[in-house]
Design a binder for this molecule. Structure first.
Ligand SMILES: NC(=O)c1ccc[n+]([C@@H]2O[C@H](COP(=O)([O-])OP(=O)(O)OC[C@H]3O[C@@H](n4cnc5c(N)ncnc54)[C@H](O)[C@@H]3O)[C@@H](O)[C@H]2O)c1
Length: 333
């Protein structure tokens, strides 16, 4: 469906100036692809891509159909990542987050011809899951599931659900692949919009207590940005992944880490003695319920592209700490 061998046809990456997008852009460019980035730079940073040879950054929104059409012209693959990301930002701008998920995807699908499209959705479509839930891609997900996660009004998760619905409709006419990332972290991620690991690093660096929501027993599977990027591109290059009856893939580590334990790992890695402060979830996100746990089933990913030896949370914290200190980013397990 898409050959990872570089051709004259560029790859379009929407949201390509962001954390995950810029890693994908770098990886594609280093394999010789021409890459176009369409990004409105709300959270993305132009400096993350503008010095990479073979990359053209177009400042524009996926909400602008003409900008999408122009950016998608002649492309051999579209990676659609533009989104309003980070719990804090997505909660503050929930209607906009929904619009970018729904309308932005509608524009991308309508204005990119029959080019293969990878839609980057989210594990948030699984809603208010717990650690015991079996999060398989073929689990039927009603719209009420992400809506509950959004606190009852359509927001980020419902927008991603709509993204997937539109994608599945389009998959009858053209190649569509959907991926659901689980808590992707690593060097370069910003803490400004509510992402937990960079927030902890910023707080530890400033020697202020790390803010843990609730009692800190809520658990997440933290996934290395470089491993995530590789697996996504492996899927895109695998013909089997594009079959309309099996084109949705979880991508992420399956090892859960409690947020309280993550805070301790960051304190240890940075040598900070700031400690933690517990803040009621309700006071940070009124009207919303926190997810207690979220573990992906990876049967589909593994059968499409093989096993992944995911980095542990401890290794991810070390990797991020080393990158912050300007040291080598290689991390042991
Ligand atoms: N980081 C994670 O753990 C995670 C988890 C699940 C899903 N995702 C999805 O992966 C994608 C990338 O996330 P990220 O972590 O790199 O976040 P990010 O905020 O760094 O990247 C999002 C990018 O989209 C851009 N953008 C926002 N609205 C836009 C618009 N209307 N038009 C064009 N560009 C726009 C931003 O400027 C930014 O560069 C998002 O779609 C997100 O929903 C990420």
């Amino acid at each position: 469906m898409w050959s990872s061998t570089a051709t004259s046809q560029p790859v379009l990456v929407t949201g390509g100036a962001g954390f995950i997008g810029s890693r994908l852009v770098r990886s594609l460019a280093s394999a010789g692809h021409h890459v176009r980035v369409l990004d409105d730079l709300t959270t993305g940073r132009p400096e993350s891509v503008d010095a990479i040879p073979g990359v053209t950054l177009v400042r524009g929104s996926v909400l602008d159909p003409d900008a999408v059409a122009e950016a998608a012209r002649g492309t051999g693959l579209v990676l659609h990542l533009a989104g309003v990301v980070g719990m804090r930002l997505a909660a503050q701008q929930s209607a906009y987050a929904y619009a970018v998920g729904h309308d932005g995807t509608a524009n991308v699908l309508a204005r990119s011809g029959d080019t293969p499209v990878v839609l980057v959705s989210s594990s948030a479509v699984y809603g208010l899951s717990d650690s015991a839930a079996v999060l398989r891609e073929d689990l039927p997900l009603d719209r009420a599931v992400p809506l509950a996660y959004d606190g009852g009004a359509p927001g980020y998760a419902t927008g991603k659900w709509e993204m997937e619905r539109l994608g599945q409709q389009a998959a009858h006419q053209r190649p569509v692949l959907v991926v659901r990332p689980f808590n992707v972290v690593g060097p370069g991620q910003s803490g400004r919009y509510g992402m937990v690991l960079p927030t902890f690093f910023r707080q530890a660096g400033a020697d202020v207590p790390l803010t843990v929501h609730g009692d800190g027993t809520q658990r997440r599977c933290f996934t290395d940005i470089d491993q995530f990027t590789r697996r996504l591109l492996d899927l895109a290059a695998s013909d089997a992944a594009w079959r309309p009856d099996g084109n949705v893939f979880n991508i992420g580590s399956t090892t859960e880490t409690a947020i309280g334990d993550l805070a301790r790992l960051v304190l240890d890695a940075t040598g900070s003695t700031a400690g933690v402060v517990h803040v009621p979830y309700e006071s940070v996100f009124p009207g919303r319920t926190d997810v207690t746990g979220r573990v992906p089933r990876l049967d589909r990913l593994t059968s499409a592209v093989g096993e992944t030896d995911w980095l542990s949370a401890a290794a991810l914290v070390r990797k991020t700490a080393q990158a912050q200190q300007g040291g080598a980013v290689a991390a042991g397990r």
